[in-house]
Design a protein around this ligand. Structure first.
Ligand code: NAP
Ligand code: HSE
Length: 428
């Protein structure tokens, strides 16, 4: 019989237990497909006595993930603890130093320390794989590194945080405020222990940073991302956008130009009839554009036990089959250092403002837009009871700089109550 591939699994939460379940349920299927048994030698978590709904007695126990990572009976260290520092990082480093291959679902670790870990893995001649780190069950890492390997990737885009998409779609469906839906999602356990990772866009930005590196051959650069979360998206914007034929999404976009690497994660409007516009609830969608393939769209569960463990198993099985490859699609030392670039790509913008309902108010706003070189495509003013009038404008395509200039000048008109809102309308 072929030698088994022996795993050490650190982290027995949602994903870790999902991996144990798949290995048990599909032992013969996995062996048939990879040509060797996949076994678990030892596991680690914080609390040995916690009821995890599954017996772990067949496996040795380690309190310390670092000790697990170094065990002689472990070929592959599977890191499912989480966090960009502490036990996860220490154990992954220890595993690579000890000559083990590593599989992780930890996007935070890779977005912050990906380059150093890739260099360490490649110097040690080991593999570091992370299909589950981006968009859960969607095989996007494989799509970029294998399926699209013959393409010059032009743009990567997507909705990669299910919790934010749940909140935005629930706000629209139920007509509830951000605060109400946030509380509801938190109560249902949909949010990370630190919810700011979700609603602040940080989790999605970690994923975008990883995809950018793979797509453009650049060193992973989380700090270069223009980042804005969903916590300032109001139900008024969601309703108004719907009225104009759009949905609000927390959208990540990355593209490389002569000016540098543009990476942004921010609330955007997308046409409600587009695939991204129709994405409901906690589902993820990644859009990849290559020079030969054109556009491909991947859609599926971005989180949860089954989908995420499915992606972890994809990496484990590749290692069982002896597949090797550089961590970010090309050798780490050959990855380019990118210059972060602000977007200059023209787009239409959605503007919402409250105007004093008196003669000449709208003319002043139109003048500010005109002076900034921003042309109005569509405009709506709604009936109202309060003294100020809600006004929506969709602009023709214009540059981000022109919109910023117009927004800054808007306050000087003296006719606005509150701050105006400007959201980019993404061509998808
Ligand atoms: P989780 O349910 O919170 O489980 C974390 C596990 O790590 C727990 O078993 C915990 O032990 C263990 N742990 C925490 N600190 C530890 C320490 N100091 N030493 C040893 N073990 C420790 O997390 P998860 O949702 O499974 O996520 C795991 C990883 O997958 C994270 O990187 C996450 O970002 C990523 N991921 C998760 C999903 C998802 O849907 N959940 C999707 C994609 C990626 P105890 O159980 O004893 O407390
Ligand atoms: N909090 C993440 C999400 C989990 O909502 O998508 C998966 O990374």
């Amino acid at each position: 019989m072929s030698q088994p591939l022996r795993l050490g699994i650190a982290g027995l939460g949602t994903v870790g237990i999902g991996v144990v379940r798949i290995i048990r349920k599909h032992a013969s299927l996995l062996e048939a497909r990879t040509g060797r048994p996949i076994t678990i030698s030892a596991v680690s978590a914080r609390d040995r006595n916690k009821d995890r709904g599954i017996s772990l007695t067949p496996y040795s126990w380690e309190d310390d993930p670092v000790a697990l990572a170094k065990r002689a009976d472990v070929d592959v260290f599977v890191e499912l603890v989480g966090g960009d520092e502490g036990p996860a990082k220490n154990a992954v480093e220890a595993a690579l130093s000890a000559g083990k291959d590593v599989v992780t679902a930890n996007k935070a670790l890779l977005a912050i320390h990906g380059q150093a870990l890739a260099e360490a893995a490649e110097a040690a001649g080991r593999n570091l794989r992370y299909e589950a780190a981006v968009a859960g069950g969607i095989p996007v890492i494989k799509s970029l590194t294998e399926g699209l390997v013959g393409n010059d990737v032009k743009r990567v885009m997507g909705v990669m945080n299910g919790s934010c998409n749940y909140i935005l779609t629930r706000m629209e469906d139920a007509g509830l405020s951000y605060e109400e839906v946030f509380a509801e999602a938190d109560g249902l356990g949909y949010l990370e222990a630190d919810p700011q990772l979700d609603v602040g866009g940080i989790d999605a930005a970690h994923k975008l940073a990883i995809l950018s590196s793979l797509a453009f051959g650049t060193k992973v650069n989380f700090d270069g991302i223009t980042l804005e979360g969903i916590d300032r998206v109001s139900i008024d914007d969601i309703r108004a956008a719907a009225d104009m034929g759009y949905k609000v999404k927390l959208l990540g976009v990355a593209q490389l130009s002569a000016r540098g690497l543009e990476q942004r994660m921010q609330p955007c409007l997308v046409p409600d009839t587009s695939p991204l516009g129709q994405l409901e609830g906690g589902t993820n969608m990644v859009v990849l554009e290559g020079d030969s393939v054109g556009q491909i769209i991947l859609r599926g569960a971005g989180a949860g036990e089954g989908p995420t463990a499915s992606a972890v198993m994809s990496d484990v099985c590749d290692l069982a089959r002896g597949f090797k490859g550089p961590v970010f699609g090309q050798p780490a030392h050959a990855l380019k250092t990118s210059t972060p670039a602000r977007s200059t790509v023209p787009a239409s913008y959605y503007l919402r403002m409250s105007l004093e309902d008196k003669p000449g108010a709208l003319a002043k706003v139109a003048a500010v837009l005109g002076e900034a070189g921003v042309s109005i495509d569509r405009m709506r003013q709604y009936g109202h009871e309060e003294p100020s009038a809600p006004v929506l404008i969709v602009t023709h395509k214009t540059t981000p700089v022109a919109i910023q200039q117009a927004m800054e000048a808007m306050g000087g008109t003296g006719v606005l109550s509150g701050d105006p809102v400007a959201l980019r309308i993404e061509d998808v």
